[in-house]
Design a protein around this ligand. Structure first.
Ligand SMILES: [Zn+2]
Length: 250
């Protein structure tokens, strides 16, 4: 889970439109929030990812669902309130179901809170740092070993494998008579790894946690800096990864 900046409300969602849609929902319980302008703005806001589990939701099998942070069953007046709508995958939306964050306990809304204040990652499992974090893990079933933990493990192990490759290239650089070519390859490999941690990438919190916490990465970053190969772009990507990373400190 990473922080998400709330996009401005779509221009089409005027006060009058909201009043009409709330009335329509009261009459028919129709999915009045399923408007293209709502869905596309939510998708752009989260880079086509579920705000809770960071699964990409534009694939055919994982259509985006509009999650009502305050559930529509108990808070019907917020059924098209822009600040109550979040893009979610089907799995997370089904898990959350009719859970009432006011009556049953708050969970993390990544457009309002920084998830890493409430959750951290250890061995590909979320641990809680607050009651909201504890509720979030339970309500969304974020440590479901068959699904969630497995995908995080796969992302993390792919990062670790690529770091081992980078370390091999690093040793080639040290042993080379003409080190420029392997040095460029090393830089490109690290750039590729940092790219995996960007906010548009699936499970970027996991990738960022594994990468920035890796001794190999820390060593190679220091080496590239000393060689004058650490670019401003890499520095920005590194800062983004550090911000998204959520390692448990104990
Ligand atoms: Zn999800």
């Amino acid at each position: 889970m990473i922080r998400v900046s709330r996009a401005p409300s779509p221009a089409e969602l005027t006060q009058q439109v909201q009043t009409e849609l709330i009335a329509e929902f009261a009459r028919s319980e129709a999915s009045v929030w399923n408007k293209d302008y709502i869905r596309s703005t939510l998708m752009a806001m989260s880079h086509s990812k579920c705000v809770y589990c960071e699964a990409i939701v534009n694939e055919e099998s994982k259509y985006m669902e509009v999650d009502h942070f305050l559930c529509k069953s108990n808070h019907a007046h917020l059924v098209v309130d822009w600040f109550n709508l979040l893009p979610s995958c089907k799995r997370c939306n089904v898990q959350k179901g009719g859970y009432d964050v006011i009556a049953e306990g708050d969970i993390v809304d990544p457009t309002r809170a920084n998830p890493k204040d409430h959750l951290c990652l250890k061995n590909y499992r979320f641990k809680h740092l607050s009651t909201e974090g504890e509720n979030t893990i339970e309500v969304l079933d974020l440590n479901n070993s068959l699904r969630m933990t497995k995908v995080r493990f796969e992302i993390g192990e792919s990062i670790n494998e690529r770091l081992l490759d980078a370390d091999t290239i690093y040793r080639q650089v040290l042993g080379a008579v003409r080190p420029m070519r392997p040095l460029r390859r090393l830089t490109r490999t690290i750039e590729g790894l940092l790219d995996e941690c960007g906010p548009t990438r699936e499970y970027s919190a996991t990738a960022s946690t594994i990468l920035t916490g890796s001794d190999i990465y820390i060593k190679l970053k220091a080496y590239l800096e000393a060689q004058g190969q650490w670019t401003i772009t890499m520095g920005i990507a590194h800062a983004v990864a550090v911000d998204a990373a959520m390692p448990c400190t104990n």
